[in-house]
Ligand binder design. Structure first.
Ligand SMILES: CC(C)(COP(=O)(O)OP(=O)(O)OC[C@H]1O[C@@H](n2cnc3c(N)ncnc32)[C@H](O)[C@@H]1OP(=O)(O)O)[C@@H](O)C(=O)NCCC(=O)NCCS
Length: 221
């Protein structure tokens, strides 16, 4: 399956989605991987994980990058190599930042000149069951069950996205990241990180992609 869709989040930021319908072998044959990625791929226990990882490389290739343009820091955060970021994307000429997420049969990457973090999650009842562990339950009051599931999934994605921006050991979703009240239909919200005696604010945009929620967070300027 080729690229499923793109979302232009703002003038500096685009997200790309791959709907994984291929088997591992077809994906593997379609990408070229550096040794460290081959090693990682071989160590993955599930085919689903392998497919998600390879689909990210399909997205990179779609944008004119390869696996060689991507590297990870010691915490697992992905970065684009600085020497390759300036010329590859016509619609987004110098993206400095990349964020990656996979969920079931989708992989997505987001590239931007701005610092951002993304998360994609399938809407499922389990997220609602564990909601008291990571969100303020007053934010789910007076909603239908499907809307409660969707809103809990957005809030989970908000916290994952902010974590991916900050990438700091010790950040706890319930203790340090707080979502402001929002309406699902608005497609945007804000949240705050209280950590290390500082408060940082984030703007969030979120979207439905099939039966998934896609979230993109930006530090407030
Ligand atoms: C690392 C983490 C952010 C991954 O998120 P996830 O929803 O499990 O998985 P996703 O598919 O959305 O994201 C995985 C991608 O995130 C990226 N990633 C991994 N570690 C990262 C980090 N420290 N910072 C930023 N991005 C990171 C990677 O690109 C990874 O994919 P890849 O290795 O195939 O390239 C998550 O597992 C985590 O550690 N969260 C914070 C811990 C926490 O507090 N959890 C629950 C508290 S209630």
């Amino acid at each position: 399956m080729p690229l499923h869709k793109t979302i232009q989040i703002n003038e500096n930021t685009t997200a790309y989605f791959w709907h994984i319908t291929e088997d591992v072998t077809s994906l593997f044959r379609a990408v070229s991987l550096k040794d460290t990625s081959l090693f990682r791929l071989e160590g993955m226990k599930s085919e689903a994980h392998q497919k998600g990882f390879l689909a990210v490389r399909m997205l990179l290739q779609h944008l004119g990058y390869t696996d060689y343009d991507l590297h990870y820091d010691e915490s697992g955060k992905p970065h684009l190599r600085p020497e390759t970021v300036s010329w590859k994307l016509e619609e987004n000429p110098s993206p400095k930042h990349i964020s990656i997420s996979h969920s079931h049969e989708f992989s997505c990457i987001c590239v931007s000149t701005e610092l951002m973090g993304i998360d994609m999650e399938k809407c499922k009842e389990k997220t609602l069951k564990i909601a008291p562990r990571f969100l303020e339950m007053k934010h789910l009051e007076n909603l239908s069950t499907p809307d409660k599931i969707a809103k809990a999934t957005v809030i989970w994605g908000v916290k994952e996205s902010i974590f991916k921006i900050k990438n700091e050991v010790g950040i706890s979703f319930p203790e340090h990241i707080f979502e402001d009240e929002f309406n699902l239909k608005d497609g945007k919200c804000s949240a705050n990180l209280h950590f290390n005696n500082q408060i940082e604010n984030f703007n969030i945009q979120f979207y439905n992609v099939e039966e998934y929620i896609f979230v993109c967070a930006f530090p407030k300027k």
